[in-house]
Design a protein around this ligand. Sequence first.
Ligand code: G2H
Length: 246
Amino acid sequence: MTVRPLVAGNWKMNGTKESYEEFAKIAAGYDAALAEKIDMLVCPPAVLLAQFAEVENLPVGAQNCHAAASGAHTGDISAEMVANVGGKYVIVGHSERREGYGETDADVAAKAEAAWRAGLVAIVCIGESLEQREAGETIAVVTEQITKSLPDATTSANTVVAYEPIWAIGTGKTPTADDVAEVHAALRKSLVERFGEDGEKIRLLYGGSVKPTNASELLALPNVNGALVGGASLKAADFLGIAEAY
Ligand code: G2H
């Protein structure tokens, strides 16, 4: 089954309106030849979404949303607001939100449904901690997360899954290729068991210290359909270097 890859940038809490220049370089590099092979996406801080969304050839997304459409939720943004300014995707359940804000699998599932309600694609993140990996619990942990974080109405059109081992995020450490392949195989099995043939098509991204130097190996692995890139997505040359691994 051929699955069109997605290389997505997560800028986290980095960037100002002047960063538009770097974003525009990424958009310029995402030329017809690259666009024929892969989808690309940048998720900047929410305050930059509207500005960046004006560039037509490179979709943008948010890094989080509230489950409600509107209301008394100081400091939050809804999926509808993301869509309203031109966003196409929203990351939900990133480990930095699960850890920093106590988001549960149920919260993540509710946010994915909010994303769909607004017409966005949800990028649902899962991943184990170092303690869980060392205890040999990785497959059990990520299988439980993917089961509980994906609502029943998940499809390959409305959802992307990102596997990001927490200990590999921003640390420069990456799991071995065999480890990534093993986890992605288990995730694929779980998706197919639950969603049938469409489960084969749900994009499974790897995230955690992806760089131009390790992208070729990671992106060539079976069941790895792209990458969620943090630090290396901030510079056009690095981010495009990863995309060009395809
Ligand atoms: C994992 C990843 C992007 P980095 O959080 O989601 O960040 O590539 O900096 O490890």
